[in-house]
Design a protein around this ligand. Structure first.
Ligand SMILES: C[S@@+](CC[C@H](N)C(=O)[O-])C[C@H]1O[C@@H](n2cnc3c(N)ncnc32)[C@H](O)[C@@H]1O
Length: 405
């Protein structure tokens, strides 16, 4: 995890490099995530593999899982360890590819690549070490048989691009094994300019479904989640454990195979605009209430305006009043429900009561006596309730992240 002061690429890169320079040069320091032998054992690296690792390399291990559960690496493979860090997985990959294979380690942080290069030379291990970024892989297309990556993707600003790069450089049918941090609920508050926020692994991590969707969008097939790990339970920091819990942060191990070609534009577009993806994304960000209220307003005033407009153009449309009022009522009720779910996060009932009162006025005008002004007041109350709930959700999130003093 990294002290992140903002979201610009430069700020993220420099915060990541500072943190992992320390992991490389002073692994005995106190970190907010498990490091070294403790982490290797906690994540399930077999003892006989841990024993193979050079001591100073093992001490700087900062992975989040055991990606070898994905079984991607074969004898004779050209394998890339992406975000290799001190190179523990590179050494293990070398024992799998054998003398006929080739292992390349790439990492952003120069202290890590220096450490690995020096140790690989001393050990006579033929690991090629490159400093670079996952967003621009310096390899030809279709040149790798397998990629292993452990804990790096959550630190990359443009994950979609990094995944496309993995696809481009793998040969068709090439294999990917990945361990990374994912979250249940995205961080939506503005985290800029707070130096106390030591949660980059959470802030930078992707929602599990989005990570799988990105792999699928890039053209990966047979995507399998092999293991979910309560990685943050091993964090020495109480605050990090609490933050991770409230965002459902954990690590996962994934295996996938590169398909023969990336999906065409139309297929990608259809996948990305699938209503289930949108609903999930809106729900995870707490925006379902805005969506439901938007639909209620559109059904009420939008249809009315369209009917009026068509009439002025000489096209007569007859509204089915029952269907119309019914639809408005359904979307209004959904708005109240969506607002009510906010109580689980901020524990306040007031926005729900405001929404119920607003919905009551709208229902009155729909099913008892129509009065424009009452309907309008009802919708204004609903709008207020929706934003009140959203503000309370954001405040709660900021409090959980330790952003409020
Ligand atoms: C959590 S550490 C894991 C290191 C290593 N895989 C291990 O298991 O010990 C993440 C590593 O990813 C590297 N990294 C972060 N952003 C990167 C990027 N954009 N491209 C390549 N490597 C990156 C960091 O320098 C760091 O060494």
């Amino acid at each position: 995890m990294v002290a992140i002061l903002g979201y610009s690429r430069e700020q993220i890169t420099s915060a990541v490099q500072d943190m992992y320079t320390q992991v490389a040069n002073a692994p005995q320091s106190r970190f907010h995530f498990p490091v070294g032998y403790r982490a290797l054992s906690a994540l399930g690296y077999p003892e006989n593999q841990i024993e193979q690792l050079p001591g100073d390399i093992a001490a700087s291990f900062a992975g989040v899982g055991y990606p070898f559960n994905g079984g991607a690496i074969r004898t004779g493979d050209t394998t890339l360890d992406l975000g290799a860090g001190a190179g523990n997985d590179s050494f293990l990959a070398l024992s799998l590819t054998g003398p006929t294979g080739r292992v390349i380690s790439l990492d952003l942080t120069s202290a890590m690549t220096r450490k690995l290069k020096q140790r690989a030379n001393e050990e006579g291990a033929s690991i090629e070490v490159i400093q670079g970024t996952a967003e621009h892989l310096p390899f030809a297309s279709n040149s790798l048989d397998s990629i292993t990556s452990n804990g790096a993707l959550n630190l990359v600003p443009d994950k979609r691009r990094a995944i496309r790069e993995m696809f481009r450089t793998l040969k068709p049918g090439g294999r990917l094994q990945l361990a990374d941090v994912v979250i249940d609920k995205p961080v939506t508050v503005d985290c800029d300019s707070d130096p106390r926020l030591w949660v980059e692994c959470v802030v930078g991590a992707t929602v599990e479904e989005s990570l799988l969707a990105m792999l699928e969008d890039a053209g990966f097939e047979d995507i399998r989640i092999i293991r979910r790990i309560n990685y943050f339970d091993h964090s020495p920091s109480h605050q990090t454990r609490e933050i991770a819990k409230s965002f459902g942060a954990r690590s996962i191990e994934i295996a996938a195979r590169r398909g023969s070609q990336p999906p065409g534009f139309l297929r990608q577009w259809l996948r990305r605009s699938h209503p289930k993806r949108w609903l999930t994304a809106l729900g995870k960000r707490g925006f379902l209430s805005i969506a439901a209220l938007g639909l209620a307003l559109l059904t009420c005033y939008g249809i009315l305006a369209a009917t009026f407009l068509l009439a002025t153009l000489g096209v007569q449309v007859t509204l089915d009043l029952q269907l119309w009022s019914g639809s408005i009522a359904v979307f209004t009720a959904l708005t109240v429900l969506a607002v009510a779910t906010g109580k689980r996060r901020h524990h306040q009932l007031a926005p729900t009561w405001a929404a119920v009162a607003g919905a009551g006025l709208v229902f009155f005008t729909l099913f008892v006596t129509y009065l424009f002004i009452i309907e309008l007041v009802g919708f204004i109350m609903l709008i207020g309730a929706v934003f009140w709930d959203l503000i309370l959700r954001r405040k709660d999130e900021a409090r959980r992240l330790g952003l409020t003093r």
